[in-house]
Design a protein around this ligand. Structure first.
Ligand code: AVI
Length: 321
């Protein structure tokens, strides 16, 4: 009698690989294939993202900056005197400067970022311009549970700042997890949160399919990064940038679509792509004011004021922790 034995799938040998290597191998071994968008942001990817923020089609950055400029006095009033600002992500120095300039004697600024070098440079530049402010960079992954330094004696409120609608790049459970952690570390203070609003899908589509192809280059840089860091052999011209609005899930999805049947090698392992098969690289969820407030409430915040632009493209939320 013949006996059939299940042959276990060859285990992925990931010991000794970087987090990017481990996650890329896991993404390629899965079906459907999907990887966290945080891997976009190596140095070339961060430079491409800065260019995206300047694109005519990419409205979120300039709209949020416009709201911060228009409402700085009211936001500073809500923050109060001597406050401590905790920024999740090194962030745009422009946005934090708009807040600091309007605030009444800010006491301390704690930018949190995973990239220590980038953070140290940004913090040093800020310190030069704000001599009376204590700038205390915290090198940490803010998607994990955080422990922050104690509040300085006599400091005012501790206020979190999470601009840019990066909250939309989390899956809904990740967003809830992040907000719960933020509510915990900011207890007694508040969070100022930027969230992109649902709008005409044609405008959303244009923002992620710009005419100059910068967003496409940003997406494809993920494969270029794998070639640089993981000894991969992706042929970039054999993959296409695809970004579309998924209406039921209220999100832009970005994918890299294989233009033909092909094989790639990553960290010494071979993977096949069929024609049209994709690697899902990013979600960018869009909110209504009410859906964001409901999410914040579920995470333990008490939603307060909401500031938007005249066209209701983007929202800034004051969430009491
Ligand atoms: C950082 N994040 C909020 C951007 C977004 O719009 O979701 C990332 C981005 N992806 C493509 N363009 C911009």
């Amino acid at each position: 009698r013949r006996r059939f034995e299940a042959v276990p799938a060859e285990p992925l040998e990931t010991a000794g690989l970087s987090a990017f290597g481990q996650d890329m191998l896991a993404a390629l071994a899965a079906s459907p294939r999907s990887i966290a968008p945080k891997y976009f942001y190596d140095a070339p990817g961060s430079a491409l993202f800065d260019r995206i923020c300047e694109l005519p089609e990419y409205y979120p950055t300039r709209t949020e900056v416009g709201i911060l400029q228009a409402q700085a006095v009211h936001i500073a009033e809500a923050i109060g005197p001597n406050a401590e600002i905790v920024e999740f992500g090194a962030g745009s120095l422009l946005k934090i400067r708009l807040l600091l300039d309007a605030m009444d004697r800010p006491s301390r600024y704690l930018p949190i970022d995973i990239s220590g070098e980038h953070l140290a440079q940004a913090a040093a530049r800020l310190q030069q311009d704000y001599a009376g402010l204590e700038v205390l960079p915290v090198v940490a992954d803010y998607t994990q549970d955080l422990i922050l330094p104690r509040a300085a004696p006599h400091a005012g409120r501790r206020v979190g700042f999470f601009p840019g609608s990066t909250i939309g790049n989390f899956t809904p459970p990740q967003a809830l997890h992040f907000l719960r952690m933020a509510a915990r570390v900011l207890r007694g203070g508040a969070l100022l949160l930027g969230a992109d609003l649902f709008k005409d899908p044609a405008l959303l589509h244009a923002a992620y399919n710009d005419a100059q192809g910068v967003t496409a280059a940003f997406n494809l840089n993920l494969l270029a990064r794998a070639n640089r860091e993981l000894g991969a052999d992706f042929v970039l011209s054999q993959f296409a940038h695809s970004a579309f609005y998924n209406a039921p899930l209220r999100r832009i999805e970005m994918h890299l679509v294989s233009l033909r049947e092909q094989q790639v090698t990553v960290c010494g392992r071979r993977f096949s792509f069929s024609e049209g098969e994709s690697l899902h690289t990013e979600n960018s969820h869009k909110f209504t004011v009410d859906s964001l407030r409901a999410l914040a409430t579920e995470a333990g915040f008490t939603p307060g004021r909401v500031w938007t632009d005249p066209n209701q493209l983007f929202s800034l939320h004051w969430l009491q922790a």
